[in-house]
Design a protein around this ligand. Structure first.
Ligand SMILES: Nc1nc2c(c(=O)[nH]1)N[C@H]1C(S)=C(S)[C@@H](COP(=O)(O)OP(=O)(O)OC[C@H]3O[C@@H](n4cnc5c(=O)[nH]c(N)nc54)[C@H](O)[C@@H]3O)O[C@H]1N2
Ligand SMILES: Nc1nc2c(c(=O)[nH]1)N[C@H]1C(S)=C(S)[C@@H](COP(=O)(O)OP(=O)(O)OC[C@H]3O[C@@H](n4cnc5c(=O)[nH]c(N)nc54)[C@H](O)[C@@H]3O)O[C@H]1N2
Ligand code: SF4
Ligand SMILES: [Mo]
Length: 756
């Protein structure tokens, strides 16, 4: 069974997934399914539609949905294998409690709930309510996130709770909020097809978002593709122009580009004057970035930088896209804003094929950004605002005094809080910090200090579950329902088409049981099903930039192939005010179907919508801001004792993060190396006497690992790359954070390499 085949496109060659040969044809006749249901994939933020094939209501197979706008019949191997990983033998099927002998032993739900409540309450009584915190995820439905956020913060009185989205999207959130006045990725995926110049920064689309790369391949405009990336990744290999810049020199590069564009008059004065503030100051600031300086700091030739400026100028529709190569940096926010500034100064925003576009990571990272009640109060509100707290209290019929007046600690501050003895109890839901958090030596020590650690996960074998005092068995994707929001702000529905194994329960049900056991069940009387919570979220969103009041229910989402926020009741096809919806696209020069126009007369919103068509941003003055700052040096530059710079990230399309899910599929296991490897430039290997596939030790100041050496020119001399999917990787990384977003800088620390 071959899942992959090579396709030659007009632009390039890329791995594309072949639906044929895997799916229905292979099912024995007696299993021929009777019905289908459409669900959104539960891995990456692309949000592909997957059609579940049902037999007696149970999913027995799946295939990518042919008429879903996002993926149009394509899926990557993770999507194809989404059902296979549900049957793994290490699924958590019973609550597990650590016994006096130190082993995790099965207990029944009433015991688990009573223990959860009594242990956490005892900690709160002894050390204060803030001594219990939670860490959550971008991988469960919005309705579950919302219930968790409300239960923990309003019901249980926890002050500190954060998500794994801190590891991932926090930088983009802060950058957008400061620049645009709201956390609002402006684009729609059609922009990938409508650009004539696509700039990808620190984004390995071919591996991390392969179906978005598919959308690039469908672009008929023969776009220039510029890839800004230290490694010669699968994506960089397909580029028109690859800029292998020195790691973390992006900010300097973009300031240099801005200066070059200004010097040549290649800017959009009309747009800048009408829709932005701070440009004169920005122009004066970037004058300090002449090409010689930028070339020296980035390692790129001055002519290359000029060529990029010419390509950006020549483009009528230029789109800028970034992912973790930007976000996971000690200066991620200012780097993201350096990208946003380029889009603003060239007027490349609000039109088809343009934008300063952060691509999210997890299936529901966007849901967590809007509705998890962690860093922002529901629907993009501010915990610190009395008015906002009042609004939420009124909508939820709760006492405003129950709403904390700040967002509480970030992930790193929670970890530090444990170290300082301020936090004694931790509830981890749908994330695996004992593998994925930066600097594992410290992380393991931190987790060991807890008096009580609860892990709520699908699998009992995750590194974090193994350290838990109590494991709560959770249903996964395919076993429950709710909605996800993808990178382009599209809400889509996930369907329950399997029973969870044993006594595992949907997180939604677990949270409801906890509310009852805690004694605050009454507060959540209305929150009795995901569909009911969806209606509550609509009310919370009313009038906010992420307004979804025009979406009736899950059936409407299904009918429309997902709907992007905003979609207010005013813009709904069922109302006449839709023309006034300011954020909907008016699509000035669109030559294809991504126009809102049609939606006002037919029964569905346009399938592709972008923000800022009217040039109005969310700050009070309606303007976007130019924000900038002097670049700062690498926190841990290579030195004689640690001469290499370590980069980390995604390894293959078949591996997902800490591999708790993907390594359970025999197909996916075959598509990825089983053990940790390090990519090393052949020149460096020769100097160190390291042969191909030799065992090597990689060490940082914090830890060491043994790996297989893969010699390849994809990494530059002086740099090495290790995928994040192996437990060992974060033994090496350095706990450094962006000062504004508190996001970990996973992608640069000093290491040494030697043969064993
Ligand atoms: N197969 C697969 N797909 C995934 C995931 C997965 O685990 N597996 N995870 C999902 C999630 S949650 C996320 S967040 C996304 C991540 O998606 P991406 O961000 O595309 O993936 P990464 O490999 O983490 O990082 C991208 C690139 O940043 C480069 N980089 C490192 N330092 C710098 C720098 O200083 N400047 C620049 N310009 N580039 C730099 C790295 O070399 C790397 O190739 O992927 C999503 N999709
Ligand atoms: N060195 C290095 N480290 C990194 C990164 C990097 O690039 N380099 N990237 C970072 C990024 S961007 C991310 S997003 C993080 C990801 O880090 P994690 O969140 O720790 O990784 P996952 O393996 O996705 O963990 C999700 C967990 O949730 C469980 N799960 C899945 N679905 C459900 C559900 O519905 N309910 C419950 N209760 N549990 C569920 C899974 O079994 C799994 O244990 O890693 C970060 N760590
Ligand atoms: S590209 Fe992402 S959303 Fe699409 S099938 Fe693959 S993992 Fe799922
Ligand atoms: Mo992520």
């Amino acid at each position: 069974m071959s899942l992959l085949h090579q396709r030659t496109g007009p632009l390039t060659r890329e791995l594309v997934l072949e639906p044929a040969g895997y799916g229905l044809g292979h099912l024995p006749a007696r299993l021929k399914p009777e019905a289908t249901a459409t669900s959104v994939c539960g891995y990456c933020s692309t949000g592909c539609g997957l059609t579940l094939h049902l037999q007696d209501g149970r999913a027995v197979g799946l295939s990518p949905t042919a008429d879903y706008t996002v993926n149009r019949g394509a899926a990557c191997p993770k999507g194809w294998e989404a059902l296979a990983v549900l049957d793994a033998p290490d699924r958590a099927t019973m609550p597990l409690l650590r016994s006096a002998a130190g082993r995790l032993e099965p207990v029944d739900w009433p015991t688990a709930l009573a223990t959860f409540t009594s242990r956490f309450k005892a900690i709160q009584e002894r050390h204060g309510r803030e001594a219990v915190a939670f860490l959550s995820t971008g991988q469960m439905p919005t309705e579950e996130m919302a219930l968790l956020g409300a239960l923990a913060k309003f019901g249980m009185g926890l002050r500190h709770g954060d998500g794994n989205t801190r590891q991932c999207m926090a930088t983009a959130v802060v950058a957008y909020k400061q620049s645009f006045g709201f956390d609002a990725p402006p684009y729609t995926y059609a922009d990938l097809e409508e650009s004539d110049c696509i700039v990808l920064v620190g984004s390995n689309l071919c591996i991390a978002h392969p179906i978005l790369w598919e959308r690039v391949l469908r672009n008929p405009h023969r776009p220039a593709i510029i890839v800004v990336e230290p490694r010669r990744t699968e994506t960089a290999m397909q580029a028109t122009l690859h800029l292998p810049l020195a790691p973390k020199s992006d900010q300097t590069l973009f300031y240099g580009l801005a200066r070059t564009l200004i010097e040549n008059g290649w800017i959009d004065r009309r747009f800048i004057d009408a829709h932005t503030s701070g440009f004169p100051e920005f122009a004066a600031f970037v004058a300090g970035f002449p090409l010689e300086r930028v070339a020296a700091e980035t390692g790129l030739a001055a002519e290359t930088i000029e060529r990029v400026a010419r390509l950006v100028h020549a483009g009528r529709r230029v789109s800028f896209w970034w992912t973790m190569g930007v976000n996971q940096s000690h200066q991620g926010v200012r780097t993201a804003q350096a990208i946003i500034n380029l889009a603003l100064m060239t007027g490349n925003i609000g039109r088809p094929g343009t934008g300063a576009n952060s691509i999210t990571g997890q299936a529901n990272a966007m849901g967590s950004r809007m509705f998890s009640n962690t860093t922002c109060l529901f629907a993009g509100r501010d915990f610190a605002s009395e008015q906002h707290r009042g609004e939420v209290a009124e909508i939820l019929h709760i006492d405003a005094a129950r709403i904390p007046d700040d967002a509480g600690w970030s992930y790193s501050e929670i970890m530090e809080g444990i170290l300082r003895g301020k936090i004694k109890g931790l509830w981890v839901i749908g994330t695996n910090p004992a593998h994925s958090w930066i600097n594992q030596n410290q992380c393991r020590d931190v987790l060991d200090r807890l008096e009580f650690l609860v892990v709520q996960d699908m699998y009992a074998t995750t590194e974090t579950a193994q350290a838990a005092d109590l494991v709560l068995p959770a249903a996964g994707w395919g076993e429950k329902e709710g909605t996800f929001i993808n990178s382009e702000r599209r809400l889509g529905v996930i369907r329950k088409a399997r029973a969870a194994p044993g006594q595992a329960l949907a997180d939604f049900s677990i949270l409801r049981l906890i509310a009852e056991a805690w004694g605050c069940g009454e507060m959540f009387a209305d929150w009795n099903s995901p569909a009911a919570v969806f209606q509550i979220l609509k009310r919370l969103s009313a009038g906010q930039p992420c307004d979804i009041t025009g979406i009736e229910d899950y059936a409407m989402l299904d009918r429309c192939g997902g709907i992007q926020w905003p979609f207010s009741v005013k813009a709904s096809p069922f109302s006449r005010d839709s023309l006034e919806e300011r954020s909907l696209q008016r699509s000035g020069d669109s030559d294809r179907s991504s126009e809102i126009g049609a939606s006002e007369v037919c029964d569905a919103p346009a399938s592709e919508r972008r923000l800022f068509a009217d040039g109005r941003f969310y700050h009070n003055d309606g303007k976007a801001r130019f924000l900038f700052e002097q670049p700062r040096p690498l926190p841990e530059p290579p030195v004689a004792a640690y001469p290499f710079l370590l980069l980390t990230g995604r390894g293959t399309v078949a591996q997902w993060h800490t591999q708790t899910r993907t390594c359970k599929s025999p197909v996916l296991r075959k598509l990825a190396p089983a053990h940790v490897y390090v990519e090393l430039n052949p020149t460096d290997a020769r100097a160190l006497g390291i042969a191909p596939h030799a065992r090597v030790v990689v060490e940082s100041q914090r830890g060491r690992l043994e790996a297989c050496a893969v010699l390849t020119n994809t990494v530059q001399p002086g740099q090495v790359f290790i995928p994040m999917h192996y437990e060992e990787t974060n033994r090496l990384t350095d706990a450094v954070f962006d000062p504004y977003s508190k996001q970990p800088a996973y992608k640069a620390c000093a290491v040494r390499v030697r043969g064993v």
